[in-house]
Design a protein around this ligand. Structure first.
Ligand SMILES: [Zn+2]
Length: 584
C-alpha cells in the first residue's frame, strides 16, 4: 500500500513536470494549497532590461505600454506550482485548496528591503518619533508630552530628527533642559550621525568637559566651556553607551514589532545591516521558535569582533532556505554626507579644509575584514563619500588579488552615494554590487549640492550611470533613517521627485531608472545580492511562494501618471505560501 502510494506520488510529480507551465491536464495535477486568481501578475521571468533601461524583446510591453503577463498563481506549501491563466491555475484546485480572488490587484515577486535596521525600526515604533519634525521646539514639545507618562528619573529616548536638514542650526541642551529637567533625555538623529541630550542625561552619562572624545567624533562645547549636549559622528556613542540597555525581552518585542511592520508594508524579506552578538542571539531564538514572519538575511557587525571571530570559525550559512540566513559582514568605512562625516577626495564645498573621516579614523578594522572575506563571507561595506568609495573598492580589490576566491562572494557597497567618475566603472568590473536607497536622493537634494558643489553632485545618487557602467544594483530604504514604504521608493527611483512631486521634471532626472528596473532592484536584483536568484525574485513554478500584492500597477502608472504611485497600498503579503499580512 505504502509502495503504491509512493509510486502514485512519483507519477504525479512526473506528470506535472512533463506538462510544464501553461498546459496542465485536469484531474492529474497535484492539488494546490492556495490559488490566487484575477490578478495583474508581473512575473519578471522575461529577459533583463538593457543598461539604458529599455525593456527586452520578451517583456510584456507594446506601443500601449506595459501589461501583466499572467493572471493567476497556484501554490503548494511553500512553493509556486504554476503561474498563468485563471483557467489553468484553477485546474490545480482540490478539496482543501484556499481560493483568493484578487479582483484586479497587482502581484509582483515578494519585495525585499535589502538594507534595513529592524531593531531600530521597532525601537522607533516604541520611542518618541522625531521623523519629519521640523524644529527644536516641536521636538521638545513631543518630549514634554511623553514625560507626563514616564516616572521621573527614567530615560526618555527619541529618534529621527534630521541631522542633514538641521546642520546649520544644531540644537543644544538649554531649552530641552529647562522644559524637561527631571528625566535624562537623549535624542538620536535620523541617520545616527548626531545626538542631542539634556543636562540630566549628561550627568547620568558622567560627561564633562574633561571627557575624552573618541576618534572620529565631536563633542560640542558651550560658551561656558562645558558640553552643550550636542554630539557628532563617533562621539554620539558617549551618550548612547550611557543609556541603560533595554531588557532582552523588550528588544525581542521591538524586533518583532519592526518585522511585522515590514510584512504589513509588503516585504517578504529584509537584509538587516549590522547585527551584534545580542541581536543575533535574539534572531536565532526567534528562528528556532519559528516566529520570524518574513525572511531575515543577517549582516554581522564588523564592530563586534568576538561575534565575527565566532562566525569566521563556523563559516557562512550554506542553506539559503531557512528563514534566517547569515553569510554577510557589515563593515563601516566612512560617515554620512549630511553631517559632513563622509570622506571626500577634496574639501567639502561648504566647509573648506574639511574632508570627512574614514577607515582607521572611523574604526574600520581592515585585517578582520580581510579575514572574514577569506572565510567566505560577503562584505557589505558602508561607503558614502567619493574617497570613502574609492578606498573601500581598493580594499576589496587588494583582498581579491591576494585570494581570488574571495572575488566571487558578491560584495556590496552600501549607499555608494558619491562616486568619482573614475571609480564608477570599477564596480561592474570587480563584481561589486551597488546597494542604494532611492529615497536618500530625494531627502538629501536640498543640501547635497551645498556639500559637493555642481561637479561632484553629478556622481552622487548616480543610479543610471552605475547601471550603464555595468554595475549590479539592489535598492533599499536604510530604515528607520528613511521611510521604507515601497511606493515612496519606487516613486523616487522612477521620477527623482519627492513626495510633493518636486522638482518638476525630476532632480538630475538623467539618473532615473525605469519602472521595471526599480521593481527588479527591490526583487530580482535583491535576490542576486543574497545568493537566492534561483529561489525567488521571479514568479515561476518551483520557486518560493513569496509574493507582494498591491492596489496600484507601478508599471502602467510609471508611464501614465507616476505621481499616483505614491497613493499605492499593500493588499497582501505572502511568504512561503502563507498569507502573513492581509489588509483589513
Ligand atoms: Zn544602514
Amino acid at each position: 500500500m505504502i509502495k503504491k502510494r509512493l509510486l502514485a506520488a512519483i507519477v504525479l510529480v512526473a506528470v506535472v513536470a512533463s506538462c510544464g507551465e501553461g498546459q496542465p491536464e485536469a484531474g492529474k495535477l497535484a492539488a494546490a494549497s492556495l490559488v490566487l486568481t484575477n490578478a495583474r501578475v508581473y512575473t519578471l521571468r522575461w529577459d533583463e532590461p538593457a543598461l539604458d533601461g529599455t525593456a527586452s524583446a520578451g517583456a510584456p510591453r507594446d506601443e500601449g505600454g506595459w501589461y501583466p503577463d499572467a493572471e493567476a498563481i497556484a501554490i503548494q506549501g511553500g512553493d509556486i506550482l504554476f503561474v498563468g491563466s485563471n483557467e489553468d491555475a484553477l485546474a490545480y484546485r482540490g478539496a482543501a485548496t484556499q481560493l483568493i480572488d484578487l479582483r484586479g490587484a497587482t502581484v509582483i515577486p515578494g519585495l525585499v528591503d535589502s538594507h534595513t535596521h529592524v531593531f531600530g525600526l521597532g525601537a522607533l515604533l516604541d520611542q518618541v518619533n522625531l521623523v519629519d519634525v521640523a524644529t527644536e521646539e516641536e521636538a521638545i514639545a513631543l518630549v514634554v508630552e511623553r514625560a507626563k507618562s514616564v516616572p521621573k528619573g527614567e530615560w526618555i529616548i527619541g529618534r529621527g530628527w534630521d541631522e542633514g536638514a538641521w546642520a546649520n542650526r544644531y540644537p543644544d541642551k538649554a531649552l530641552l533642559t529647562s522644559a524637561v529637567p527631571d528625566h535624562p533625555v537623549f535624542m538620536d538623529s535620523l541617520h545616527s550621525f548626531a545626538g542631542w541630550g539634556n543636562q540630566r542625561a549628561l550627568d547620568a552619562a558622567g560627561i564633562t568637559a574633561a571627557t575624552e572624545v573618541p576618534v572620529g567624533g565631536e563633542m560640542r562645547l558651550g560658551d561656558d566651556g562645558q558640553p552643550n549636549g550636542l554630539f557628532l559622528n563617533n562621539a554620539v556613542d558617549l551618550m548612547r553607551n550611557a543609556i541603560p540597555l533595554p531588557a532582552r525581552e523588550t528588544l525581542t518585542n521591538q524586533f518583532l514589532l519592526g518585522l511585522k511592520q515590514m510584512a504589513a508594508d509588503g516585504y517578504t524579506a529584509v537584509h538587516d545591516a549590522g547585527l551584534g552578538t545580542l541581536e543575533m542571539s535574539i534572531l536565532e531564538e526567534l528562528e528556532a521558535r519559528n516566529e520570524l514572519p518574513i525572511r531575515v538575511y543577517a549582516m554581522l557587525s564588523l564592530r563586534d569582533e568576538d561575534l565575527i571571530r565566532k562566525w569566521i570559525e563556523k563559516g557562512p550559512d550554506g542553506d539559503a532556505d531557512s528563514m534566517l540566513v547569515t553569510r554577510t559582514v557589515k563593515a563601516y568605512y566612512d560617515g554620512a554626507l549630511g553631517s559632513r562625516g563622509a570622506r571626500l577626495l577634496y574639501d567639502y564645498e561648504d566647509k573648506p579644509g574639511h574632508r570627512g573621516i574614514s577607515g582607521d579614523g572611523y574604526g574600520f578594522n581592515q585585517e578582520l575584514n580581510a579575514e572574514a572575506m577569506k572565510a567566505g563571507f560577503q562584505i557589505a561595506i558602508h561607503a558614502i563619500g567619493d574617497a570613502g568609495n574609492r578606498e573601500a573598492i581598493d580594499i576589496l580589490e587588494a583582498v581579491f588579488k591576494d585570494d581570488p576566491a574571495t572575488a566571487r562572494n558578491r560584495h556590496r557597497i552600501e549607499h555608494a552615494q558619491v562616486m568619482s567618475p573614475d571609480d564608477i566603472p570599477r564596480l561592474g568590473q570587480l563584481g561589486i554590487i551597488a546597494s542604494m536607497e532611492p529615497p536618500h536622493a530625494m531627502e538629501d537634494k536640498t543640501w547635497a549640492e551645498d556639500r559637493l558643489g555642481p561637479e561632484r553632485i553629478r556622481g552622487a545618487y548616480a543610479w543610471r550611470s552605475l547601471r550603464e557602467s555595468g554595475a549590479r544594483m539592489t535598492f533599499n530604504s536604510d530604515n528607520p533613517g528613511s521611510d521604507h514604504t515601497i511606493f515612496y521608493g519606487l516613486h523616487s527611483a522612477i521620477t527623482r521627485q519627492d513626495k510633493n512631486h518636486e522638482p518638476e521634471g525630476g532632480w538630475y532626472a538623467e539618473q532615473r531608472v525605469s519602472a521595471e528596473e526599480a521593481v527588479r532592484a527591490y526583487t530580482t536584483w535583491s535576490a542576486y545580492a543574497s545568493f537566492r536568484e534561483d529561489r525567488t525574485g521571479v514568479i515561476e513554478a518551483g520557486r518560493w511562494a513569496d509574493l507582494t500584492v498591491m492596489d496600484v500597477d507601478p508599471f502602467v502608472l510609471a508611464d501614465a501618471a507616476p505621481g499616483r504611485i505614491l497613493d499605492g497600498r499593500i493588499i497582501m503579503t505572502i511568504v512561503n505560501g502563507a498569507v502573513v499580512y492581509e489588509r483589513p
